[in-house]
Design a protein around this ligand. Structure first.
Ligand code: CTP
Ligand code: MG
Length: 399
């Protein structure tokens, strides 16, 4: 009928136990991937898709607390229903529960595919305009071999016309419901294991058509799939940390100062519990900030006599180790010194080299800048020096 907008529902099957993934902390669909549960990622594009009216999740009877803990609040979500012992039974439970919604089309999707996109959903929906069954698929690129249990190749299978099937698979609601029911009521067929809904449609003589899947839309089945997924997400949203540090020390009578790991003759000295190297102190704080690991005072309390007159290179060295132990790679360090004297430019490269030696970071990633304070304030009156610093750290993908 023209101008009739279809009522399209989505079923997300999430009642499996994830045995092949063998995760110690529960079923795979509730595993957090880069801050978000697999199931939450899998259902989001359906909730966001303008053509989908409602989304129903099929969960395992034991998983209600896990589901509730996701705190999902999307308006299109129906109350979840309980699935069965096989994927097929879970889908049927979902199809039955949707009866009241009177959908004319339904998309059935695995919770274990968290990388489904709105474009892919659109392709399946568009395919349903002229077909009762539509599945996203990818043409096989690798050469196929059939081998025996010992790994001896028996033959090469021509890959032409071969595809791998993905989800979401789309169907006319009445057609797929009847097919599932027919399988359930058929003694021999119900004993077969159908691993997707298209094969149930095929059994009922409904021939699905293919639309282009996406290589991105993988199913998380094994533990290795999870590690790969984490790496993929980490590449999409790299965990880059920027830390900031500030320090100031008073200038008192004296004839030398330590600045950024270099000892310089001067007509004053910096006063402090340690060697009072403001530059290294600010940089140490910037590094600790990238891993939210307190500040220099919490690692080296000024009240502790052990740090009296201590060289500040050990503070920096300690912060660098903490960052590395936390899985961080230092990609950049920047220090700004604010002082009226001495002139920093002649010592800039020696300072960069000193920081490079202490930290093991390439000198090309270390920047030293300086400015006077235009004779204003305590810095301008030569009563003290200030240092500001930023550090940039890229965190490793957690295992
Ligand atoms: N599924 C389901 N009900 C079942 C079995 C599977 O809803 N009784 C769902 C899974 O939660 C998953 C999808 O079907 O989202 C695809 O199944 P699969 O990847 O095999 O997941 P599991 O069955 O959980 O994993 P495994 O086979 O390794 O135990
Ligand atoms: Mg399974």
């Amino acid at each position: 009928m023209k101008n009739h907008k279809s009522n399209i529902c989505a079923i997300i099957v999430a009642a499996g136990r994830g045995e092949r993934a063998g995760l110690a902390d529960g079923p795979k669909q509730y595993r957090i991937l880069e801050g978000r549960a697999v199931l939450a990622r899998a259902l989001q594009p359906f909730c966001d898709h303008p053509e989908i009216a409602t989304v129903l999740v099929v969960i395992h009877a034991d998983d209600r607390p896990l589901y509730d803990a996701l705190g999902l609040s999307e308006e299109k979500l129906l109350t979840p229903v309980i699935g069965g012992a096989t994927r097929q039974q879970s889908v049927l439970a979902g199809l039955r529960a949707l009866q009241g919604e009177r959908p004319d089309k339904v998309l059935i999707h695995d919770a274990a595919r968290p990388f489904v996109s709105q474009n892919l959903i659109s392709r399946v929906i568009d395919g349903l305009d002229n077909n009762a069954a539509v599945i996203p698929a990818l043409a096989l690129a690798d050469t196929l071999k059939r081998a025996d249990a010992e790994g001896n190749v028996e033959e090469t299978v021509p890959r032409r016309n071969l595809f791998t099937a993905q989800t979401p698979q789309g169907f006319a609601y009445d057609a797929i419901s009847s097919a599932h029911l027919a399988v359930e009521q058929h003694a021999e067929a119900s004993a077969l294991e159908f691993t997707d809904d298209a094969s149930i449609a095929e059994w009922a003589d409904i021939n699905p058509v293919l639309v282009e899947g996406t290589p991105h839309n993988t199913k998380l089945t094994t533990r290795a799939d999870f590690q790969q997924a984490r790496e993929k997400l980490a590449m999409m949203v790299p965990d880059v940390r920027v830390g900031h540090g500030y320090d100031t020390h008073q200038l008192v009578a004296g004839n030398q100062i330590w600045l950024c790991g270099v000892e310089l003759p001067h007509d004053r000295s910096l006063s402090g519990h340690s060697d009072a190297d403001v530059g290294l102190h600010a940089l140490t704080d910037a590094l600790l900030a990238t891993i939210a690991d307190g500040d220099i005072g919490s690692h080296f309390p000024p009240s502790d006599e052990a740090w009296r007159d201590a060289r500040s290179d050990q503070f920096l060295h300690h912060a660098v180790s903490r960052v590395r132990d936390a899985g961080g790679t230092i990609t950049h360090m920047d220090v700004t010194l604010v002082c009226e004297a001495p002139k920093i430019a002649p010592h800039r490269d020696a300072m960069r080299q000193a920081i490079s030696t202490i930290s093991g970071v390439d000198i090309g990633r270390i920047s030293i800048k300086a400015t006077t304070n235009e004779r204003i304030g305590f810095v301008g009156r030569n009563e003290g020096m200030v240092a500001l610093s930023t550090a940039t750290v890229v965190m490793r993908t957690p295992e």
